[in-house]
Write a protein that binds this ligand. Sequence first.
Ligand code: AMP
Length: 593
Amino acid sequence: MTFSNLVPSLGEALAERGYAEPTPVQAAVLQSEALGRDLVVSAQTGSGKTVAFGLAIAGELLTDGENQPNSQLPRALVIAPTRELAMQVSRELSWLYGKAGLRIATCVGGMDPSKERRTLRSGPAIVVGTPGRLRDHLERGALDLSALAAVVLDEADEMLDMGFREDLEEILDATPDGRRTLLFSATMPRPIVALAKRYQTDALRISLVGEDRGHGDIEYQAMTVSPSEIENAVVNLLRFHEAETAILFCATRDNVRHLHATLQERGFAVVALSGEHSQSERNQALQALRDRRVRVCVATDVAARGIDLPTLSLVVHVEIPRDAETLQHRSGRTGRAGKKGTAVLIVPYPRRRRVETMLRSAKINASWIDVPSPEAIRVKDRERLMAMLLAPVDYDDEDRALARQLMEQRSAEDIAAALVHAHRQTMPQPEEMIANTPEAQRAAQKERHRPGFEDTVWFRIAVGRNHNAEPRWILPLLCRRGHITRNEIGAIRIARDETHFQIPRTIADKFSDALQRTGREESDEDRVLIEPSESGPREQARDNRKRNGPGPRERYKPRPTHDAPPRGPFKGRKKGPGNTGGKPGGRKRPKKG
Ligand code: AMP
């Protein structure tokens, strides 16, 4: 089927976007039976429903395919649950009706209301907004709905869930009797049916939920991990897929904030979306994703509701969704409009049963697989790197001149290796996962409870991944500076600019004293700052606070090592075997995520 019988301006707008065929929901609202009628449509986001209602109300907006020049009052109103969704709808309708010359006003919470009032006064044909803000404008007389010919409720079920019933009723009560009412909702619970009954007349019911849940486009995967390894699993998934855009779902704002910080620290270009962000922060985050400065978004369910990012190909349920419906809502961010997507559930061992039940009730077939290993990631990286470096490029004269200069000083192989190395440096490191077997998990558990390390103190050293920090040279340095042996060093956590490590409390003072003495020596290596760290690495601090309030570690009052030189990049490290000798601070934050 093609788009036929459309007014030329709409047909051209669709063709320019490359939309040759209507999606099922678009075909359904364009059938002759639906013309001019009230509609109740159950269709998921991603089904093309925005364009669907955009086309469905064309008859109310255009006369003989033209804008109605003398109507100064809005002819159509679209109400959506969130600011993001409203703005998305507004963007879609802007290109759809751009050629017809229709103006659109967007009215959403968090934006400047006086600017919105001005736009409303300028005579837009379509108004798109969130319930609360629209009601404000209505009550202040800025929004006149008396000439309205069509009203669309988008994601009506979400709006009722979010407590907008009163706002909706007040707005609908202010619209003229003869208007069309189009109700779009992914689900049809009783309150939606009641709303439809009250505000619609002889509505045509269109249901496409069964057909286009998108199972065909979304591949579901699930993987069990030990609860302490969830973040490592996320890192490896991102590195394995290298999706153009990926979204990671967490259950709470706190967890969004934490995962966002962790990923940023590990070198991913990432933004966060949760209720704690202002409207302008959210807009900036979405814009960064749209123009691909950033490729990863960590979000809560609510903040990501209705978001449409065409390049989104990976959804990770970092924390398992609360029910089958949330699972589908989240996953439905990908696999949209005929594109393929992957949705991955990271499942802590004890919750596997629950997830299996949830998948069954949603009739989703997921394959249970292991978290991608560093080796599998390296194989993928090699393939991607080869493809990228061998892709045809138009070099300009300056590139060639520099290439000739390089060739005079280095062999072709060295130059190629340097190029590969430079690319590798931009990629965050994959994580070693504990093997997915009960034995390996038990062994790891035992390691975490090493004798002598029941009560430990955190210290920090002012070098991190940016300075090529690795246990193989940090361990000998700590032994030399602190007069201890390797066996007296517990967990080591390497972050971007610093590294934390544990020392048994019984030897912490002795270790501190030795640090003070050796910190006065001459070489750069001996002057690198090593000091007690009251809070420990970030995740530890958080876990401890959650568990017991101030823990024993926080009660330990470390003695400051006053003589240590100020923090700074670690300069004088000798080049060791396997150490690439990268300059401190030389590793730039990658553009990719
Ligand atoms: P929606 O369900 O409105 O969130 O739309 C999902 C995505 O599908 C949006 O990016 C639309 O621009 C896109 N889309 C809408 N209609 C079509 C179509 N007929 N062909 C291809 N893509 C479409």
